[in-house]
Design a protein around this ligand. Structure first.
Ligand code: SF4
Length: 305
């Protein structure tokens, strides 16, 4: 079933993987190179059922399941598919999937509830930015209003909701509006998780060419820290966990890794996260030898993350 590389969130690293679609039905976000050459397809129910029957052979002892690829909610048989996973693995602690916020927006809450009641527990959604102009520039195909409506519907239907924020996607000129707009959307939805990823340029994504042509300026390590601080300062949510569980968030200096991101519960650990950011900002602003993942790629130390 995984005839090409599966993409899944790091938090699903130990999950059994069931592919119900191939690729991405949108495939236009300028920073994304994941499915550029893959034609979007809905897999046949019988093929998927056959995979589910073999799930314990391929993923012995698995306790959680992730359904791929990028927007499983489009599959018309998803309720039946999730029920079959539950029947095959009745003790599964979690069944999760990526979802496009636009799909959440156009679906009725009742339809989403049916999927939730079948046993899908958590949705991973790429928010990227809450700023309207940035969303347009990156061809996300959505608006802050749609993000808010789609996110709220997912919560109403009873899903655990995880929003992914793309740090640095405003470049070095729009990081303030990126942080401000993103905080507004998050506050309006109050997701269960916010996960930070930092923009990492990939050669097969259109943004790579834009950057090479000098039309997009990558954010500096210092401004990325400022952006994250500005975002967290404005967050007004409860029962939410913020995580920086991705290596793209790291900063390196000659002595080694000097920043791995911030993680904590909101609002309880907000102050603590801001203190870490302040201390790192102080450290970084006095030196010019701090590198992020994009710098390491450009300097040839690593191929890509
Ligand atoms: S970021 Fe998500 S929605 Fe956008 S092209 Fe990539 S897989 Fe599709």
């Amino acid at each position: 079933m995984y005839d090409f590389m599966p993409y899944r969130p790091p938090s699903e690293a130990n999950s059994a993987l069931i592919r119900v679609t191939r690729g991405c039905p949108w495939n236009r976000c300028v920073f994304c190179g994941m499915y550029r050459d893959t034609k979007f397809e809905l897999r046949l129910y019988d093929e998927i059922a056959n995979d589910i029957e073999q799930i314990e052979d391929f993923f012995p002892g698995c306790e959680t399941v992730f359904i791929g690829d990028s927007n499983s909610l489009l599959h018309k048989d998803l309720v039946e598919i999730v029920k079959l996973i539950k029947k095959t693995l009745p003790d599964a602690k979690r069944i999760t999937s990526y979802a496009r916020v636009h799909t959440l927006h156009v679906k009725k809450v009742q339809q989403l509830k049916a999927i939730r009641e079948a046993g899908l527990t958590r949705l991973h959604v790429g928010l990227e930015s809450g700023d309207e102009k940035i969303l347009k520039r990156i061809s996300k195909g959505t608006t802050p209003e749609i993000m808010i409506d789609g996110g709220r519907k997912a919560k109403q239907a009873g899903f655990e909701l995880c929003f992914y924020v793309l740090c640095g996607i405003g470049g070095d000129t729009q990081w303030q509006t990126h942080a401000d707009g993103t905080a507004k959307v998050i506050n309006a939805v109050n997701p269960d998780f916010v996960r930070l990823r930092t923009l990492s340029l990939v050669p097969n994504a259109p943004l790579f060419e834009t950057w090479k042509e000098g039309e997009f300026e990558l954010i500096t390590p210092l401004n990325r820290l400022n952006e994250t601080k500005r975002l967290i300062e404005q967050l007004d949510v409860s029962g939410c966990e913020l995580a920086s569980d991705h290596v793209t968030n790291y900063l390196w200096a000659p002595e080694g890794i000097i920043y791995q991101g911030v993680d904590g519960k909101l609002p309880q650990e907000k102050q603590w996260m801001l203190e870490i950011l302040d201390a790192t900002i102080e450290k970084v602003k006095t030196r010019d030898d701090v590198a992020d993942a994009n710098t390491l790629v450009q300097q040839g130390y690593i191929q890509r993350l």
